[in-house]
Design a protein around this ligand. Structure first.
Ligand SMILES: *[C@@H]1O[C@H](CO)[C@@H](O)[C@H](O)[C@H]1NC(C)=O
Ligand SMILES: *[C@@H]1O[C@H](CO)[C@@H](O)[C@H](O)[C@H]1NC(C)=O
Ligand SMILES: *[C@@H]1O[C@H](CO)[C@@H](O)[C@H](O)[C@H]1NC(C)=O
Ligand SMILES: *[C@@H]1O[C@H](CO)[C@@H](O)[C@H](O)[C@H]1NC(C)=O
Ligand SMILES: *[C@@H]1O[C@H](CO)[C@@H](O)[C@H](O)[C@H]1NC(C)=O
Ligand SMILES: *[C@@H]1O[C@H](CO)[C@@H](O)[C@H](O)[C@H]1NC(C)=O
Ligand SMILES: *[C@@H]1O[C@H](CO)[C@@H](O)[C@H](O)[C@H]1NC(C)=O
Ligand SMILES: *[C@@H]1O[C@H](CO)[C@@H](O)[C@H](O)[C@H]1NC(C)=O
Ligand SMILES: *[C@@H]1O[C@H](CO)[C@@H](O)[C@H](O)[C@H]1NC(C)=O
Ligand SMILES: *[C@@H]1O[C@H](CO)[C@@H](O)[C@H](O)[C@H]1NC(C)=O
Length: 615
């Protein structure tokens, strides 16, 4: 063989691994360990427990997969799942198979998915090193692609975006495994004549943030250590994602505006969106970051002003993106200062710090309207947290951790880190899931502390399969293994499969948690509920901190509270609601006032009568 040929052969061989393995391949592979593994303190660096939290939280997304499972970067790793819903899209002559089931049921929903993918990608853009430390970068790649590739299928024409597959009424009438999912499963699009400004924009921002993640050397230098996972960069994929992001935003920016749930009433019962100003601003800002184009930045700022997004008291969730905007604008002012000046605006890091810190400080000092800390110190929004309490708290924690290094003072940095940590600790078992704390707490601080001391090992760890005290009964039709919709709680008595890594809805405002499968408020799982967990775990890994709180929690000491939950899933019909009680109290007061008025008005008459009698 001639030397030249040897050389070229060597070159080809050295390129082979790259050509064969199109995307990242897991090495080593990861499967969730049994829950008892959560009892062991990790003495290694990186922390094994946080690596498991990260690994499990991504594994949950694999368990939610729809379509042909043995595809994607690494195939199917959930042995008890089967291919399903293989006709999705056929009513439109399209292939809309794939993607994920949204929650404990079997619909596929685009709007909350955009929130989920945005949150995961945004966390990975700055805390990617955590995925490297846990050997989870390939699973991140596989997870994101599974969601994004489905969104690409859902976007077959510039203005056409499928927003839901499956009908909620049909779906809500079914409880069972993945082999008998009821048909028909219609697919619902938005388009120019039935616009979905919010869902176009939301999906655009997910594509943009993921495109930034897949860009090589994005120079997103928000902090000195900000980095994407090594090896995830892929220019081809980044530009595919970007082109979908641009088209969707352009359609949203140039079509008459409406929420998708107004345009397509058939999907409103699953996710009904309340507006699109926040979605438009986030989409424009995300595009600005990935393209470096000040035109998008000017749009983002215009939406921000026009929709008066300053000073919100709202939660960060699928229907409310504004708190994330404050942090993203602060990141933009740090990593891309030229964007604002290019649009003729001030970079104004101080201004964005003021916005972000206004939201955080009010949370911490208890002046954020409608939000408060429970007795057990979980951040709780009246209304938003009533139907799933943990997600809003974890969302605030992710924003605080992410923003903390950009804060205007080191004391604020410390405050935000510590508050965020307290929320994460609550999730991981630093909580009073142990009986009847409220009355006692109110009566006496001393008794309260004795109470805590005597039961400090009683706690719930709200990630399924993470610890022996994790919920055993997540509301998931796939994992439950039952088929009797009239006895979801007890049939079968034991959940058939462990849905590792799923964060449940969470405890009620009294910090109590009923691990009942039919109580969807407390035990349901969902793509968007879980969206912050991978980032929170990656952050802990990057920081090299200690174990998750749960390693301190003894096994087997948590029990179902006495009494009834009285929540939206299991309302207490024999108990008056707060509104009814208030109504009765007001009624009694009005009656007494009227009576007093009547007596005053007729006082002479009454006095005369009394005098007559007395005589
Ligand atoms: C990059 O992504 C594209 C699109 O998914 C894929 O076809 C290609 O194999 C990937 N390339 C590498 C080197 O991973
Ligand atoms: C998958 O199929 C197997 C075999 O039919 C069945 O036992 C199992 O319950 C199915 N899984 C789900 C989630 O329904
Ligand atoms: C546009 O979307 C609406 C709402 O989903 C749908 O009824 C209509 O058929 C769609 N139009 C076209 C041309 O696909
Ligand atoms: C965007 O700007 C940054 C510097 O601010 C630069 O490093 C990066 O390469 C630019 N990205 C693009 C896509 O032009
Ligand atoms: C941003 O960070 C990357 C790598 O972390 C580095 O190569 C680059 O020089 C940094 N850019 C700036 C403007 O600091
Ligand atoms: C969005 O629309 C406005 C008003 O039509 C226009 O000024 C702006 O340039 C558009 N944005 C982009 C990125 O095209
Ligand atoms: C500005 O916001 C108002 C609602 O606050 C809306 O009616 C109006 O259409 C918006 N204008 C633009 C250009 O987006
Ligand atoms: C900077 O932001 C603050 C707070 O939003 C605002 O009051 C101020 O006018 C902004 N300054 C400039 C120069 O845009
Ligand atoms: C709470 O924080 C907000 C935002 O920084 C501030 O305006 C307010 O004065 C603070 N209130 C108290 C009681 O500390
Ligand atoms: C990182 O560690 C510091 C010091 O231990 C701590 O204050 C901070 O909360 C940690 N940050 C994160 C994101 O975990």
């Amino acid at each position: 063989m001639k030397p030249l040929q040897t050389l070229s052969l060597a070159l080809v061989t050295s390129l082979l691994p790259i050509l064969t393995f199109a995307q990242l391949t897991p090495s080593p592979t990861y499967s969730p360990p049994s829950a008892t593994a959560g009892l062991a303190s990790s003495s290694s660096t990186p922390n094994t427990q946080w690596s498991n939290v990260l690994g499990n939280s991504l594994w949950f997304y694999d368990a939610q997969r729809s379509g042909k499972l043995d595809q994607g970067t690494y195939g199917n790793r959930v042995s008890w799942r089967n291919d399903s819903a293989l006709q999705d899209g056929s009513d439109w002559g399209l292939d809309l198979t794939g993607g994920w089931y949204d929650a404990g049921d079997y619909i596929k929903a685009t709007f909350p998915l955009g929130f989920t993918l945005f949150a995961i990608a945004w966390g990975a853009v700055t805390h990617g090193h955590g995925y490297d430390l846990a050997n989870q970068a390939a699973y991140l790649d596989g997870t994101l692609r599974w969601g994004l590739d489905w969104l690409i299928k859902c976007h077959p024409q510039d203005d056409v975006l499928f927003v839901q597959v499956g009908n909620s009424d049909v779906d809500n009438a079914y409880w069972g495994g993945d082999q008998n999912i009821p048909n028909p499963r219609p697919a619902y699009p938005v388009n120019s004549s039935a616009p979905g400004t919010d869902v176009w924009a939301s999906t655009s921002s997910a594509f943009s943030m993921a495109s930034l993640l897949y860009t090589s050397n994005p120079s997103y230098n928000v902090t000195s250590s900000a980095a994407a996972p090594s090896g995830i960069a892929n220019g081809t994929y980044a530009s595919t994602l970007l082109s979908h992001a641009k088209t969707l935003y352009s359609v949203a920016n140039s079509t008459s505006q409406s929420t998708f749930s107004e345009s397509v009433p058939a999907v409103a019962s699953a996710y009904s969106s309340s507006g699109y100003g926040d979605d438009l601003a986030l989409a424009a800002l995300s595009l600005a970051l990935v393209t470096n184009s000040s035109t998008y930045y000017a749009d983002a700022y215009r939406w921000y002003k026009n929709y008066s997004l300053s000073g919100t008291h709202a939660v960060w969730n699928w229907d409310s993106r504004t708190p994330a905007l404050y942090v993203l604008f602060a990141e933009a002012a740090t990593a891309r200062p030229g964007l604002a000046t290019g649009a003729g605006l001030a970079t104004n890091l101080t201004g964005w710090q003021y916005e972000a810190e206004g939201w955080f400080d009010k949370i911490i000092n208890g002046t954020l309207k409608n939000a408060y800390l429970t007795d057990g110190r979980l951040l709780y929004w009246s209304g938003d947290s009533d139907e799933a309490s943990l997600n809003p708290a974890m969302a605030a924690a992710m924003l605080m951790f992410k923003y903390a290094p950009l804060a205007s003072s080191s004391s604020k940095t410390a405050q935000y880190n510590s508050f965020a940590q307290s929320q994460l600790d609550y999730l991981m078992g630093k909580n009073p899931m142990n009986g009847e704390p409220r009355a006692i707490a109110r009566t006496s601080l001393l008794i309260w502390s004795l109470f805590l001391a005597s039961s400090s090992h009683s706690a719930a760890i709200y990630l399924v399969g993470q610890h022996p005290n994790s919920p055993q009964n997540p509301h998931s039709a796939m994992a439950a293994g039952g088929t009797n919709i009239n006895d979801i709680r007890n049939s079968p008595p034991t959940e058939a499969h462990v849905l590792y890594g799923a964060m449940v809805g969470g405890p009620l405002a009294n910090d109590r948690f009923w691990d009942w499968r039919d109580d969807w408020v407390q035990t349901e799982v969902a793509l968007d509920y879980n969206a912050m967990i991978p980032t929170l775990a990656a952050m802990q890994l990057v920081n090299g901190t200690s174990d998750p709180y749960y390693v301190n929690v003894q096994a087997g000491t948590y029990s179902i509270p006495s009494g009834q939950p009285c929540d939206a899933a299991l309302p207490c019909s024999n108990r008056l609601s707060g509104g009814a009680i208030a109504g009765i109290v007001v009624g009694i007061i009005v009656f007494l006032l009227l009576l007093a008025g009547l007596i005053w008005w007729r006082r002479k008459h009454i006095a005369a009568r009394w005098r007559k009698r007395g005589v």
